[in-house]
Ligand binder design. Sequence first.
Ligand code: HEM
Length: 436
Amino acid sequence: MSRHIALIRRDPLTFLTETWRTYGDVVQFPIPKPPSYLISSPEAVRAVLVTEGRNYTKATLQYRALSLVTGEGLLTAEGESWRVQRPLVQPAFHHSSVERMAAHVVSASDSLITRWAALPDGAVVDVDGEMMRMALEVVGHSLFGSDLSGDADRLAKATLAALDVVVARARVPITPPAWLPTPANRQLARAVSTLDEAVAGLIDRHRDRSDEAGHTPDMLNMLLDARDDEGRELSTSQIRDQMVTFIVAGHETVASALSWAWALLAQHPEVADAIAAEANSVFGDREPCAADYVRLPWTKAVFDETLRLYPPAWLITRTSIDGATLAGREIHPNSLHIISPWIVHRHPDAWRNPGEFTPERFLERDAPIRSAFFPFGAGLRLCIGRDFAYVEGVLALARIASRLRLSALPGQQLPRAMPLVTIRPEGGLHLGVGKR
Ligand code: HEM
């Protein structure tokens, strides 16, 4: 058991994969409380997330830790609170927001292209760090429009500092209670109070400014204006929780997917060439827009294949209310269900040559069975930012690949996958850059 705990901490992906390979699709861990299962068959995953979804809640360690930062935002909210919030938040993800976001992606990609194209051919760049910065800029501009003043910047930094504590906490089942003044708890408290102040400042300024003529509404305006059929609106603290949730859920996930896409493309330069050719035939020298997304099927297939092999949200957890039968096994009520897209996305019952990078599989007619591919979750709690992420990821890949070549250094292999809040490339991702 102590060997297991050491492996869980050191290398959770290997631990989960070994557990599944040794014991199969539904495995009960040898811990008494709560009864805990690893669920890996596509059908059982579908039952938990979709068909029997109402029998499961997000009352798990993972979401409790996250809610220390995000409060009761959409990602962590439950029951009635979630049911009231989701329709109020949905308009902020309307097509018009996706279109405005696409313009932010193009401008962030173009400024990166300008900087990298000015480097001597073959210079080595920090791709992972740049993808993080780019995704943060895109989500920041989409939320707050041009108001990327000190507050927005402080908000983003404080969110990241708070997340560090949360990751450390989620990895250790027994952590000191939040009121004990340990260094980690103090870091968390400081970060959360910075978050609160920054959001309050942004909300006040947005309320003042939303009446100005010519003001383009951003996602924060949409949340401030949202009313449901019964005239309910989001409270200031609920808006704070959504803002922080969008930064947490919408920034590192996209950055992680983009970094892994570049890592895979550097190992498969012929696929990068195909993306560049597709981009040139679709938008050439003009600026891409959200509508181009549907004209870039090959780039989307590459993004999907990246999400299959390196699903940023590598762990999805649920607690059952009643007992159930999953893949022929009786499951206790009130038990923890651990689902890892990392495993199911490689399940040999669903995927041919699961370990291989084969974007074409997403263009084939006999597409993979639905429940075996769920990088954005599934069922009622499906990611609200899915379209946002697809348009952002596909446009950024297409624009950058059409102008630059990012290449593996001599002898460079794929980095090891390090599962934190999302799956990160261990040691970062450093690639050679050159103009096309
Ligand atoms: C590649 C990028 C992304 C990935 C892989 C991803 C993944 C996920 C997954 C797996 C879930 C479901 C979690 C569960 O069922 O336990 C989820 C939910 C959510 N995501 Fe995303 N996400 C991405 C991008 C975004 C973006 C860009 C935003 C917002 C700007 C966002 C906001 C949310 C929110 C608010 C929820 C909770 C929805 C609800 O429960 O109603 N995500 N995401």
